[in-house]
Write a new protein. Sequence first.
Length: 159
Amino acid sequence: MYSGGLLLIFLLLAAAAFTGGCVSGNPKTAPEPNAPSILETATPAPDLTVTNTPVVANRTLPDIYQVAVQLDRNVIATDPYILATFRGGKGMDAVTRVDMTVTRSDGIIETGTMQDPQIGDTIQLNGTRGRDHVLVTVSLGTGNTYTLYNKDMQFRAHF
């Protein structure tokens, strides 16, 4: 009888917890008094293209830090590499790093880095004979990172 009484008490407590909302995974909270109200409306979703590109903030490099990185694509089908060449600029002394990421059309992601780049330094990464996505960012001594290129590059064979 004693174990039956404990079982009954346990079941009653469990039922009270479920009906009281103590185990609910979605608690409702009161809105903040000064929070702006948000009106939710249904809008149709646009057609989206899925890419395997890493997400990086697309911030514009301030004028005082302007630098140039030249992108070239090898047109020889047996070696379709992509080359980034650091060309310098008035902000070149502030640049601590240049990163390049190539998301190839076959799904492979290649990355390369120039530390403290000097004029003429390069990053060469393998591409494909299809359309590859190239992301080039520069990091400054301030700790900020800026996107220079975020674009697709199509292979174009020359005969």
